[in-house]
Design a protein around this ligand. Sequence first.
Ligand SMILES: [Zn+2]
Ligand SMILES: [Zn+2]
Length: 300
Amino acid sequence: MSCFRNYVRNDSVQYRLARQSRIGGGFTLIELLVVIAIIAILAAMLVPILSRAKERARRIQCISNEKQLALAWAMYPSDNNDHLVANSKTYMGGGNLTLKTWVQGALYGYHDTNPALLWSSDYALFAIYINASTIYHCPTDVPEVIYGGQTYPKLRSYSLNAFMGWTGDWPENLPGSPTCRIFEKSTDVIEPSRFFTFQDVYPKSICAPFFGVAMWSEDDFMYNYPFIDHNKGGIVSFADSRVEWHRWRDPRTLSPASLGYHGHSDSLPNNPDIEWLKYHATIGTSPERTLPPGGPPIIH
Ligand SMILES: [Zn+2]
Ligand SMILES: [Zn+2]
């Protein structure tokens, strides 16, 4: 009898243990929870690694885009009596589309949405050098823009240093300096490794095809904010065709709080990024804090 009782008890204990230890044909509930927790931790660790890897890939694409722009810019003078490719405000502020520049279009209005301004040789001097319009768009930049309630692909992320090949009227709202230099020929660019050509631009601040920095005014100010989404930096190309990631430093550059990006006049005194841009934009600043009426003269 006692033997039978033991048998029954042992059997029920074994059955219970077996029942507890076999869920889903192999794991205890605790084991399953541990595995799920480990997977969750690994996934949480992997997500930033993967997103960093993705951003690295996009940055490489952006560098490649700018390398092609920088090479086209460097090639252009050899086909055009050493003249740098024209850069201007074109459409902006009543400019006209008959003045051909490297590309046209202001990212601030209707012409934003017209890809012919980038790839058609009717408008763009770069059209014969660059045959893929995707080169003008940084993959980290916003993919689309909205005008008048309509969504369009964002066509251009890059602008060209205003002091490189400026043609036509100087923008009234961009102070230069009585002595700052507009580079007209490639031989004018005496330190090609110093002066920037293209860079990606903060999406809300990109405008005409030029990138402006106020060289000399009562206030230091940003005409265009640089791009910051390549890990707090942007991609900058130089006149020697070098292309680099540049880390912006000032919190006001890294988190722009503009009241109106297209007022192009945010006063940012003592901003080291403006100093960097000025040093790499052109040569010459005036000791006099005066501007000639209507902006700086174009010095040839
Ligand atoms: Zn970029
Ligand atoms: Zn604007």
